[in-house]
Design a protein around this ligand. Structure first.
Ligand code: ADP
Length: 625
């Protein structure tokens, strides 16, 4: 029976391969980083499994990676003494892309090679990067503990098919042989390969060995060419920014430098080390796959890699953080379930949260531009923390940035501290309005009276804002008040210049308000004379606890049954349109006028009319009158 089989790649592998070879072209040297990182993962896995089954190491306890080249054969080889793969595992891991987010990942690509190469790097298509420089790849592998006869040889040119065959392999682990494309000869150089290892893989925790060079040719003996110690275990004083950045890129597959990091050794009732990074750009998976599939924080226990434990060690709203946690005290046989309820783990999680918030605080204080960039990337994710992390709400609130009537256009640059520092005399609340766009928020009739008095209003228009703001009821002891909901307490802001006049006008206008109420019937819950308006004829107002109108619309569009709160119509008695009612004896025409007021208020909200044609008819009739 022949053991050689030819198989087709799963469809999405074909797609990814195609993309990778094109988009990564300008970063082609990262193949070495990716393959070395796979080799390092394989060594990590074996180290972990060998704790329970030391026999897996056989008579070769050395975990190492080797990189060599052969100028004549035009090959570069990356070899490890790690866990290796069985035949089924090769088919499973190399022939398909098991990761569940692949489809969404492919959809998120823009076709812009630069942007896509970043995403591809982060997505970690690792192994396939080999095909950027190789026309043919041969992978030989044997699972640790399996007999020599159970070696596997896999080969492909990366176009649609691969072959897989049994082969006797004396060594465990994996070897990847790249048969370079004709114009990739630059990698057939000891010097070039060494400089790539030190650029990208210096901080891999296992020795990477290359053959010593003699007269520009590889000699027989090996030497270690990387630093080969876990970076986070080294004293901070010894580490340079470049070291941290290099390690970050390895960890995150990012092409860009991290924005900032925090590195701490904690001793006390338990000991652990944290090294946490905030990326400069949102990692693909944190933003696209959302809260379910979080990755990026690696848990080590006494230097042994255990698992990716982002979910256990970081709250969802910090899912953009990348890093390493190394614990002295957790048991090596820890499982996800144990992590879930372990007391030591919850302390580490609290520390990760605190350190990350400290780091963000520091950037916000020291480098406003940098923080503005981060806010653009992660602001909406951070906002989830307001709802999610009650204990840190005030700290997270401090990190929020908003557009505002006194800010810089639509840019979200105003902090709650900025706001509080310039509150008007007598002002007790922090005012904000939510809408489905910046323009709608800025144009909200509800904010007119405040703006006219020089009071600042925060303009919230991200989808998450309505939800978030329902959890953010105070900051620094000051209530947050939605300008379109409930009473806004204008009187406390000092008497308006025309207070007496207005009171008289309200009294005089009471019958008109009653008349409009009668005309609109149960379309609204009430009609009132407004103190919020100065320019618009009318606006819609909700009760304090009600969901904003634009949010009700969003939910309805998404197919949810919404128990819509009926708004109050507030009218501006000083507006000429309202004056017109006095002159209108005809009840049908007055009814039209009242409806137009209501419909315009709804339009100003960004809402949609049930019968736009009828609205146009009514307006035209009034215009023509
Ligand atoms: P990733 O490393 O992000 O999972 P890759 O495409 O690089 O993606 O690798 C796919 C899988 O193939 C890995 O998850 C691993 O299970 C397996 N693999 C790759 N390289 C090796 C190796 N050197 N030793 C053992 N397994 C490997």
């Amino acid at each position: 029976m022949s053991t050689t089989e030819t198989r087709r790649f799963a469809a999405e592998v074909d797609q990814v391969l195609h993309l990778v070879t094109h988009a990564l072209y300008s970063h082609k040297e990262i193949f070495l980083r990716e393959l070395a990182s796979n080799a390092s993962d394989a060594c990590d896995k074996l180290r972990f499994e060998s704790i329970a089954r030391p026999e897996l190491l056989g008579d070769d306890p050395d975990l190492r990676i080797e990189v060599e080249y052969d100028a004549e054969a035009r090959t570069v080889t990356i070899r490890d003494s790690g866990i290796g793969m069985s035949r089924d595992e090769v088919v499973e891991n190399i022939g398909t892309i098991a990761r569940s987010g692949t489809k969404r990942f492919l959809e998120s690509l823009s076709g812009d090679a630069r942007a896509d190469s970043r995403l591809i790097g982060q997505f970690g298509v690792g192994f396939y990067s080999a095909f950027v420089v190789a026309e043919r790849v041969v992978l030989r592998t044997r699972r640790a503990g399996a007999p020599e006869a159970e070696g596997v040889r896999w080969e492909s040119t990366g176009s649609g098919e691969y072959t897989i065959a049994d082969e006797v392999l004396p060594r465990r682990g994996t070897e990847v042989v790249l048969h370079l494309k004709p114009d990739e000869s630059e990698f057939l150089s000891g010097w070039r390969l060494r400089s790539l290892v030190s650029k990208y893989s210096d901080h891999i925790g296992f020795p990477i060995r290359m053959r010593r060079e003699e007269d520009g040719k590889p000699a027989a003996d090996w030497e270690t060419v990387n630093h080969a110690s876990a970076l986070w275990t080294r004293p901070k004083s010894e580490l340079k920014d470049d070291d941290y950045q290099g390690f970050y890129k390895n960890l995150s597959h990012d092409f860009q430098d991290a924005a900032a990091w925090t590195h701490n050794r904690v001793e006390g009732n338990q000991g652990y080390t944290l090294l946490l990074y905030v990326p400069a750009k949102a990692p693909w998976d944190a933003m696209f796959s959302g809260r379910e599939e979080r990755r990026g924080l690696k848990l080590y226990i006494r230097r042994v890699f255990i698992m990716d434990a982002s979910e256990q060690l970081l709250p969802a709203y910090l899912r953009f953080v990348r890093g390493v946690v190394d614990s002295d005290d957790l048991p090596l046989n820890v499982s996800r379930e144990i992590l879930q309820e372990n007391r030591l783990v919850s302390q580490i999680r609290a520390a990760c949260t605190k350190r990350t918030l400290d780091l963000l605080d520091r950037i916000a204080a020291d480098d406003k531009d940098k923080y503005a960039g981060l806010w653009k990337e992660f602001g909406n994710v951070l906002k989830e923390g307001i709802a999610e992390d009650h204990g840190n709400r005030e700290r997270i609130a401090k990190l929020l940035r908003f557009a505002s009537t006194k800010g810089d256009g639509a840019a979200q640059t105003v902090s709650l501290d900025d706001y509080v520092a310039r509150m008007a005399p007598g002002q007790e609340a922090i005012y904000f309005v939510t809408a489905d766009s910046f323009a709608a928020a800025k144009g909200s009739p509800q904010i007119e009276a405040l703006v006219a008095r020089g009071v600042e209003v925060l303009l919230l228009s991200d989808r998450i804002d309505e939800w978030m703001s329902s959890y953010l009821s105070t900051y620094g002891g000051k209530p947050l008040q939605h300008v379109g909901k409930g009473e806004i307490g204008l009187d406390k802001l000092g008497p308006a210049p025309d207070a007496a006049e207005r009171e008289a006008a309200e009294k005089a206008g009471a019958p008109l308000v009653e008349r409009i109420k009668g005309l609109l019937g149960d379309r609204v819950s009430d009609v009132r004379a407004s103190r919020r308006l100065t320019e618009s004829p009318a606006c819609l107002v909700l009760d304090r606890g009600d969901m904003a109108m634009h949010m009700q619309r969003l939910l309805k569009q998404a197919g949810h049954a919404v128990d819509a709160a009926k708004p109050v119509l507030e009218v501006n008695l000083a507006h000429p349109l309202l004056k017109r009612f006095d002159a209108e004896a005809d009840d049908a025409r007055a009814g039209d006028l009242a409806l137009v007021l209501l419909e315009q208020a709804l339009l100003a909200e960004g809402g949609q009319l049930e019968d736009p044609a009828a609205y146009v008819r009514r307006v035209n009739a009034l215009l023509a009158a």
